[in-house]
Design a protein around this ligand. Structure first.
Ligand code: HEM
Length: 390
């Protein structure tokens, strides 16, 4: 069988056709080290929630009162493609999107309305768009990575800058990439407090804080005279979706690569596949909170309208297991499934592949790592690397 780590890298991948996962080419001890550090990101940010999920993950579907935990790869896919979902229910991604944008924006849409919105967005994220945006992040890498030769670099700040220039290029914003990334992160952090399962911290102050954060982000985005409301809302949503996932994902993937000793395997021909595998292993967006819209069944289990579904992308991607997933559905799971599957998946993989390629000659090692307990997605507040021995 061809070793996927050495097979030629295909053209940039789309969200629906993830590449097969690469075979692990690291020692078991190094792989354990990488997994151990990455687990801390979950356990420090939401210890009880992730302990509960770990304790129940052996069964594909587990009911706890009106909450249904979905762990299995097939069940997860079925939940996203066959179960009718209430896209605007409070405490879901769509509910948060509807609140932030006055509704009508991708996550909270269905049917023809959603298909039209996806079509409008598609051209901005396809392979041609990636090629247009790529020089922006390449310029950041060319400016920042040489610092490694002399000392250390901090990956969270770098990821924020990369996410900021990407979001600016996607939306046409002229604002400072750091401010744009910061404003998008603030919106997501406020929205996430109403989003993850657990006690809600709602009230007039929380709602006002979310609205204020959304207004600060909107002020950094360009006005769209043709269709101001729709375009502004779309830009804000794309910025939030792109920045937060990228800032969470890139440092975790780099830490895994460093701890697992994977730098010697990174090359032009392998980087894209390794990026896909690191995203599967780290599952940056680990939980998708959804609500069933009608009575149905899921993997043979009855589901009632109004049941809260906690779709565990991390387990559907088999990120908690050792070894490769050997299943394209597991690799895809970190980007969702079906009509709402992440349209930015190809862009995210391409950006991570370029970051790995830029770092690899320096064989970076992690010198400091601090988990961010406040961010919307599990991630680091600081991840510093220094040049290692090549
Ligand atoms: C590692 C990075 C990323 C991860 C892990 C990720 C993950 C996800 C997931 C799990 C969903 C929900 C899918 C579903 O409900 O089936 C989603 C949706 C979405 N993502 Fe991403 N994403 C990433 C990067 C990006 C980027 C870079 C962009 C924009 C450039 C983006 C834009 C979106 C949008 C607009 C949606 C809503 C799609 C819809 O509802 O139709 N994402 N993403």
């Amino acid at each position: 069988m061809t070793d996927p780590m050495t097979a030629p890298t295909p053209a940039p991948v789309s969200a629906r056709t993830p590449p097969p996962p690469p075979a692990p080419t690291t020692s078991p001890a190094a792989a354990r080290r990488a997994r151990r550090r990455d687990r801390r990101v979950y356990l420090r940010s939401h210890p009880l929630l992730f302990a509960l999920l770990a304790a129940t993950r052996r069964r594909p579907v587990v009911r706890l009162g009106r909450t249904v935990l979905v762990h299995g790869t097939e069940a997860y896919r079925e939940a996203l493609t066959k179960v009718p979902l209430d896209r605007t229910a409070p405490g879901t991604t769509g509910g948060a999107a509807a609140e932030l944008t006055d509704g009508g924006l991708l996550f909270d849409q269905d049917g023809a309305e959603h298909r039209n919105a996806r079509r409008a967005l598609a051209g901005g994220l396809d392979t041609a768009a990636q090629q247009r945006i790529r020089p922006h992040w390449q310029a950041v890498l060319a400016k920042r990575i040489p610092d490694l030769a002399a000392g250390e670099i901090e990956l969270v700040a770098l990821a924020r800058e990369l996410a900021g220039v990407t979001a600016a290029a996607l939306t046409g914003a002229q604002s400072c990439p750091h401010r744009l990334a910061h404003a998008a992160a603030e919106v997501a952090a406020h929205a996430a407090r109403d989003h993850l399962p657990g006690p809600r911290r709602r009230g007039p102050d929380a709602a006002a804080a979310t609205v204020d954060a959304a207004a600060r982000l909107a002020a950094l985005l360009p006005d769209a005279p043709d269709a101001p409301d729709a375009r502004d809302a779309r830009d804000a949503m794309v910025a939030v979706a792109a920045v937060n996932t990228t800032v969470a994902a890139l440092p975790r993937a780099v830490a895994w690569c460093a701890d697992a000793g994977l730098w010697p395997t990174v090359s032009e021909t392998t980087a894209l596949r390794l990026a896909a595998e690191l995203l599967r292993l780290t599952a940056p967006s680990p939980l998708l909170p959804r609500v069933a819209a009608a009575d149905t069944t899921l993997a043979g289990h009855p589901v009632r309208a109004g049941d809260r579904l906690v779709l565990v992308a991390r387990h559907a991607a088999r990120a908690h297991r050792r070894g490769p997933a050997d299943d394209p559905a597991a690799t895809q799971a970190v980007f969702g499934a079906g009509p709402h599957a992440c349209p930015g998946a190809g862009l995210a993989r391409a950006l991570l592949a370029d970051l790995l390629l830029a770092l690899a000659p320096h064989h970076p090692v992690v010198t400091r790592a601090r988990v961010d307990r406040r961010s919307a997605l599990p991630g680091y507040a600081e991840l510093t690397v220094r040049r290692g021995r090549s």
